[in-house]
Design a protein around this ligand. Structure first.
Ligand code: FES
Length: 569
């Protein structure tokens, strides 16, 4: 049964003749609703990750009001509810540690309540994958409305991309080439409004991929946070959520294998964040879909990177939006996509982009003249990463993509911070910087420490990049020849744990390999003699995390959440 006649899930809560149904209606009327406000209407939950502790999502209460207008207009009944929010800038030890907690919050908040469809309001890095993971598991109709990126940063006459330019300017400041006063001006101008970061970092990648997955209305992903069209789109999404409730259009019908292939392809075409690999694997895992790392590499090899946006390219998200955004990218690479994939508006991906245009060809390049002939992220294997590692080749230095050099090892993040600015640090442009104990369990929480800062001694020589390898993640706004997500991680005895300062390491991107050039028996001996560190947490969520988090190549979800076991509806 579908449409107006379908029995709505919410009616089980208050359209019965028993006492509890009466009391639920009474308690809802305590909010001041008239008696028939929710009678027979689809209840649309507005799942809000607003928080003043998350500047990127701080405007989402206003976005929610626009969604509500749409829901009322379409004959639905909106109810907004909060979840935890994950502010990338503030959370310790790292927002990533709480992505799964937020996904559980989203899933259970949806499932436990009288909701017929849900509008997911997200933005900052982890909030989008967390909501998609939770909504995929709850599997009631869901539509994503991201908050959109900030206005472009500005310092004097320069446009600045959050993260990307901030790090470059900070290196100048560390090298004594910017004054305190100038650095303070940068701080005041780099983040000029609500919204998520202004480059193709994790937030813009994941919101763009939400559109590629078919989970937003077309054209929704990249509208800036403070643009009036962000609110128009939110209202339209609210209207559509009411129809989706009536149609019972669930995530499980949209998020299929074809949708994930599309998302990976778009990720490569936009030069998306390396974090997208982990998040897409985790979201797919909620639906019982396996995404092996080889799938990313296979798609990367056949997909040109056409988004000329930082950190891979030149422009910012505001420019990308003006150029047509991810909708125009999807249109341009449609031959590489499964165009018949279903989306939240009930139409196919190909139908949605049929009229999409690119308005700034210097920002979204033609596929015949891409920024890079291959996709942004590639997968490496080898005796240092038996279960894989990733590298964003579009943000790396071309001359370092084939490199052999001696390791300089930091056993911990603390050691790295103590030593990185030492004037006598024994490193050269050939050195491979190695950071251990920064993975999902070792960090803990899989922190974004992978872009090991350039040693000051090298910055002073004018060296801007060296090969850096770790089991950490890095911010999607970062750049450099940085190998990440090495699995298994060093804290559980992965081969990275065996590396010693001076060992030769070889990175060979064309061959997709990462090798420790030390005899196998030596590596085994070192690993056998290694002492394991005590667990970071003895109780609470931290303990739950350490005991259950999967490795990077498995998406870092909790194993017990990935199982596609049926849950009570
Ligand atoms: Fe929130 Fe960058 S800090 S998106």
């Amino acid at each position: 049964m579908s449409g107006e006649n379908r029995k709505l899930r919410s009616q089980e809560w208050w359209n019965r003749t028993d006492y509890y149904s009466y009391s639920r209606r009474a308690w809802l009327r305590s909010e001041g609703f008239v008696a028939d406000a929710f009678d027979g209407k689809p209840v649309i939950g507005i799942c809000n990750s607003w928080s003043e502790l998350n500047n990127c999502n701080v405007h989402l209460r206003a976005v929610a009001e626009a969604v509500k207008r749409g829901v009322w207009t379409a004959g639905g009944f909106p109810l907004e509810f909060p979840t935890i929010s994950l502010g990338e800038m503030f959370m310790r030890p790292t927002a990533m540690m709480f992505r799964n907690l937020m996904a559980m919050d989203v899933e259970e908040s949806i499932r436990a309540n009288p909701i017929d469809a849900v509008v997911l309001l997200c933005g900052c890095d982890k909030t989008t994958p967390a909501q998609l993971m939770g909504a995929a598991s709850a599997d009631i109709p869901a539509i994503v409305v991201p908050g959109g990126p900030m206005l472009s940063g500005q310092w004097r006459d320069r446009k600045l991309g959050a993260g990307t330019d901030g790090r470059k300017l900070f290196d100048l400041f560390r090298a004594g080439k910017l004054t305190e006063e100038e650095w303070s001006e940068v701080e005041g101008g780099i983040a000029r409004s609500a919204g998520h970061c202004t480059v193709m970092g994790t937030a813009s990648t994941m919101t763009s991929l939400a559109e590629a997955l078919g989970m937003t209305l077309p054209g929704c992903a990249n509208i800036p946070a403070v643009d009036s069209r962000r609110y128009t789109m939110a209202e339209l999404s609210g209207r559509r959520a009411v129809e989706m409730a009536r149609e019972d259009l669930r995530p499980s019908r949209i998020l299929n294998r074809e949708a994930f292939d599309n998302a990976i392809t778009v990720d490569m075409a936009i030069g998306g964040s390396t974090n997208a690999v982990v998040h897409l694997i985790a979201i797919a895992g909620r639906l019982g879909i396996e995404l092996p790392l080889e799938k990313f590499d296979e798609i990367s090899r056949r997909t040109p990177c056409i988004a000329n946006v930082k950190p891979s390219g030149e422009y910012l998200m505001e420019d990308f939006f003006q150029a047509g955004g991810v909708t125009a990218v999807i249109r341009d690479i449609l031959p590489l996509l499964q165009g018949d994939a279903l989306t939240v508006n009930g139409r196919t991906l190909a139908e949605n982009v049929a009229d999409a245009e690119c308005f700034r060809r210097e920002v979204i390049l033609p596929t015949s003249q891409p920024l890079y002939p291959e996709g942004g992220t590639i997968v490496l294997r080898g005796n240092l990463a038996p279960d894989g590692a990733v590298l964003k080749q579009t943000a790396a230095s071309p001359e370092l993509l084939k490199h052999r050099g001696p390791a300089y090892v930091f056993e911990s993040h603390e050691q790295m911070h103590r030593e990185i600015d030492r004037d006598d640090l024994p490193v050269t442009p050939e050195t491979v910087l190695v950071l251990k104990n920064a993975g999902p369990k070792g960090g803990p929480g899989f922190p974004e420490w992978g872009q090991i800062p350039m040693p000051r001694v090298l910055l002073k020589q004018g060296v801007k990049d060296v090969v850096r390898i770790s089991d950490a993640r890095m911010s999607g706004t970062s750049f450099g020849t940085v190998v990440l997500h090495i699995a298994p991680e060093s804290a559980i005895g992965g081969p990275l744990a065996a590396v010693q300062t001076g060992d030769p390491i070889e990175l060979n991107v064309p061959n997709r390999s990462l090798s420790l050039l030390v005899p196998a028996d030596q590596i085994e001996k070192r690993l056998a003699e290694r002492k394991s560190e005590p667990a970071h947490f003895e109780r609470g969520y931290g303990r739950l995390f350490i005991e259950n988090v999967l490795q990077a190549n498995e998406g870092c979800d909790f194993g017990f959440l990935r199982k596609a076991a049926p849950s009570p509806s």
